[in-house]
Structure formats: C-alpha cells, structure tokens
Design a protein around this ligand. Structure first.
Ligand code: IPE
Ligand code: IPE
Ligand code: MG
Length: 253
C-alpha cells in the first residue's frame, strides 16, 4: 500500500471509531521489541529505542480519539532480572523518550505521570521522568501513565501494608476496608479502571500488569510487534472494542 493509501485507511478508521463509544482509559502492554530487533539481526536495545516511535503514535492516536487516559507498561518488576546491559538500555530509552518528546507532549496538552517502584530506577531515568512530569503537569487533553518498575502483586501487597499501618495507628477499622477503600491505596487511585487492555506481539498473558484494575477490561491481543505498532493499529483495536458487549456479569432485563 502506498503512503497516501495508508493515510486514507487510517483516516477512515479514525472517522468510524469517532462515531462509536470511545473508551475512557486504554492500557497497553508494549511487547515484542526484542523479537523485532532479532528478526533484523539487530541488538535488542535497538528494538527498545524503535519503540519510542510507537509510543508517539499511540499518544497521538489517543489524542485524536479523545481517550482520556493511556497507561503504558514500560518496565516490569520482573524485567529487573534481564541482563544488566539490557536494563541499562531500557533506562536509556526512558531518558531519551523524556528528552525528545517533552516539547511535543506539552504542546499537545498531554500530561505524563509515572508509577511503580521508582526508587529502583537509575538516577538519570528518575530525574528525566520527574522533569517530564513537571513539564507536562498542566496537560488536559490526555493523561499518559507510565508503569515503570511496576508489578501488580507488589502494588496490591503495598496497598494492604498501607491499610495495616492506618489500622494500627487507630485511623481505620477493619469494616472500613472494602473495594473502594482498598483501591484508594493503589498507584492510580485517581484514575478510572482501564476499559481496554491491548497487548502486542501475540502473547496472551498479563505479565503482572494491573491485575486488580482490569477486572472488567476488554482484552485485545495483536500479533503486531511493538516497534511496528502505529495509530492505525490503535484505531483497529478501538473498532474491535466497539463491537463488544460489556455485560459485567448481568443479563438484559
Ligand atoms: C517489550 O519488549 C519491552 C519490555 C518488556 C521492557 P521485549 O523486550 O519483551 O521484547 P520480546 O518480548 O523479547 O520480543
Ligand atoms: C511485559 O512484557 C512487560 C512490559 C511490556 C514492560 P515481558 O516481555 O516482560 O513479559 P513476559 O516475560 O513475556 O511475560
Ligand atoms: Mg516481551
């Protein structure tokens, strides 16, 4: 397909998607960078760097659609177990991303926030993320949440721990601990649960991502590797989502 044909397909999908219900919150497990690089005889780090372009596409596409929250799994707690050189490359991607995208994100009204065990990431990555958060604080078009050094089980255990601390201090009684109170201790307490979870690279698993929050999210798995992902793929996922019937366990009266 020529480039102008591709643009036509993309614009048509966008127009169709805009006629339907747009999910408020989309979460993405950005997977397949390593395989993308390996298929080209490149080091895995090249795949991670190439993934920045796809993040840009996902962000622009989300703004075009009017999605309010986009949550991206950038680095898992388990990813710390990868070789040190790859971990370093991934930290470098964060630094590069923060520096190269800051201006455009700000201009587009995109606010970026990060969550996870951020104390563990490199000082350079930590400060790059903090600078990006500060520079985009006023953005109201879209909020992008970056999950960095994140693991859902740890997040849930941490929430339980915080409630216990409150209880032992006499500020909380056991009967106050319900689903809503618990959710207030999670990182994204101020963000509604994802409506749609996209995973690239064909893997059909959650890899410790947002286990609590995706209780009723619709799942969309695409074989596309993350560095090949663009807006058109996002629009396709949204079109697929719009054909779903979300029942939440109920039946029609
Ligand atoms: C996703 O790509 C990026 C991170 C997990 C940080 P991978 O590095 O997992 O790529 P594959 O799955 O090995 O192809
Ligand atoms: C999940 O991908 C983590 C991120 C995308 C950041 P992984 O590649 O780490 O997950 P597994 O190992 O395939 O489950
Ligand atoms: Mg992977």
């Amino acid at each position: 397909m020529s480039e102008s044909e591709q643009v036509k397909v993309r614009e048509r999908l966008l127009a169709q998607a805009l006629q339907g219900e747009i999910p408020t919150h989309v979460a993405v497990i950005m997977d397949g960078n390593g395989r993308w690089a390996e298929a080209r005889g490149l080091p895995r780090s090249q795949g991670h760097h190439q993934g920045i372009k796809s993040v840009r596409e996902a962000v622009i596409g989300s703004v075009e659609l009017g999605i309010r929250y986009l949550t991206l799994y950038a680095f898992s707690e388990e990813n710390w177990l990868r070789p040190a050189s790859e971990v370093a490359a991934l930290m470098d991607v964060l630094v590069t991303y923060a520096a190269s995208e800051e201006e455009e994100l700000h201009e587009r009204g995109v606010r970026v926030t990060a969550f996870g065990d951020l104390d563990r990431i490199s000082p350079e990555a930590r400060s790059a993320v903090e600078v990006l958060e500060a520079a985009t604080r006023g953005g109201e078009a879209l909020r992008v949440n970056l999950a960095i050094s994140y693991g859902s089980r740890s997040e849930i255990a941490r929430a339980a721990q915080r409630l216990v601390v409150e209880a032992l201090a006499g500020r909380l009684s056991p009967e106050d601990v319900d689903v809503d109170r618990f959710a207030r201790e999670l990182y994204m307490a101020d963000v509604p649960d994802p409506d749609l979870l996209i995973r690239t690279s064909g893997e059909r698993r959650l890899s410790n991502f947002l286990l609590w929050q995706i209780a009723y999210a619709e799942l969309f798995v695409t074989p596309v590797l993350w560095p090949d992902f663009d807006r058109t793929h996002l629009f396709e996922a949204i079109r697929d989502y719009q054909r779903r019937e979300r029942r939440y366990g109920r039946v029609e009266a």
